[in-house]
Ligand binder design. Structure first.
Ligand code: SF4
Length: 370
């Protein structure tokens, strides 16, 4: 149930989270290597792939050309249009150009991707970044893998870090781009629901860097119900009228307000300033005073270096437990259920295989609280 490379057993960081969500789902994906049935229409995962690829290409280009500080909105929009056109045309048998509704979706994606880039540029300009790396692999290539030693042998974790920035003070912040809000909490990390960021940070720390923080950046997405959030209907938004332009601004403002990153950040004033600039809560979901001291009750977790290391230790313990379970062949049907009633089954396409049904004895969710 592990991949093999050069005589080593490997597992990806995302598959570890998948195991934590439901061991049986991991078995179907990694042991049976089954794939969900593909229907020829644009699904959320297709949009996610195109968004992600486009975003990585454009941000990589901004870094390669060193123009984060100087790029204009018009240049950004042009990059989005060119990149998205290329990505949608090349994606899965031209799926996005198949029918009018698919092309319409691609148009909506363009709007939200343009906004995502504008927000990322604002974030970059607010702080002090010495160097950024995008799509940084670790494991088979790039940075060394994260090693997990158990009584049954050593397993190596691999993956690709969407982005990490080295700040002016030499600390490092890790960012994962997601399509939907991914809450983070110490308990979620302890239970394995949110492990990836801590694995990425561990991989980056092999370069002897001190952590600044780990964050999720949620890409503004047209599958998000913006109608409800902004009070503007998508239909009205897509019309080419003066009124729709004004309504579009309402949506953009809503997106910008939601764009602050959730995560865990070190409470050092210099680090907070180099990540977030003025501390107004627009870059990360943590606000702090002029002297750099954070306010209480921030949405993001603000922790000391010692607390961060303790949370890293909890993540390491969970990773080791998961690896030991996989080595022992534990593949129970045990889907995780979160406090907001979302479960591992919610977006799982394997119900036809596992037949999980709470009406049967022994079929129970594993509840995890934030
Ligand atoms: S449907 Fe639920 S129980 Fe079945 S494999 Fe998927 S996550 Fe596990």
């Amino acid at each position: 149930m592990f991949s093999r490379y050069d005589g080593k057993k490997l597992v990806s960081a995302s598959r570890l989270e998948s195991y934590a969500g439901c061991p049986f789902k991991y078995f179907i994906e990694s042991g049976l290597r089954a794939e969900e049935r593909k229907i020829f229409e644009v699904e959320t995962s297709d949009q996610g792939t195109v968004y992600h690829e486009s975003l990585m290409k454009i941000t990589g280009r901004l870094s390669a050309e060193g123009i984060w500080g100087s790029v204009t909105e018009e240049e950004l929009d042009r990059m989005v249009d060119e990149t998205l056109k290329q990505e949608t045309e090349e994606y899965g048998d031209r799926l996005f150009t198949y029918s009018g509704s698919e092309a319409y979706r691609a148009g909506r994606m363009k709007e939200s991707l343009r906004e995502a880039l504008r927000i990322l540029v604002k974030h970059a300009r607010a702080g002090e970044i010495r160097e950024s790396r995008y799509e940084q692999p670790f494991g088979r290539k790039g940075l060394p893998p994260v090693e997990v030693k158990t009584d049954k042998g050593t397993v190596y974790i691999e993956g690709v870090i969407d982005r990490y920035d080295v700040l002016g003070n030499g600390r490092v912040k890790v960012i994962d781009y997601k399509l939907s809000g991914k809450p983070i909490s110490e308990n979620y990390i302890k239970e394995g629901y949110r492990l990836q960021l801590m694995v990425y940070m561990k991989a980056v720390r092999s370069e002897e860097r001190k952590p600044a923080g780990v964050f999720y950046y949620v890409i503004p997405d047209d599958t998000v119900d913006l109608d409800k959030k902004s009070g503007v209907s998508m239909k009205a938004l897509m019309e080419d009228t003066e009124e729709s332009a004004a309504q579009k601004q309402i949506v953009l403002d809503t997106l910008a307000d939601d764009a602050a990153m959730d995560g865990i950040v070190i409470d050092d004033p210099e680090t907070l300033r180099e990540i977030a600039g003025d501390g107004s809560g627009k870059v990360i979901k943590a606000r702090f005073k002029d002297d750099g001291t954070p306010y209480k009750n921030n949405a993001a977790m603000v922790v000391s270096d010692e607390e961060f290391d303790r949370i890293q230790g909890e993540a390491d313990a969970k990773i080791r437990e998961i690896v030991e379970n996989i080595q022992s062949g534990k593949i129970d049907i045990g889907p995780m259920l979160l406090s907001n009633k979302v479960s591992a089954c919610t977006y799982c396409g394997y119900r036809g295989i596992c037949r999980f049904d709470q009406a049967f004895r022994g079929c129970r969710y594993r509840e995890v609280r934030k």
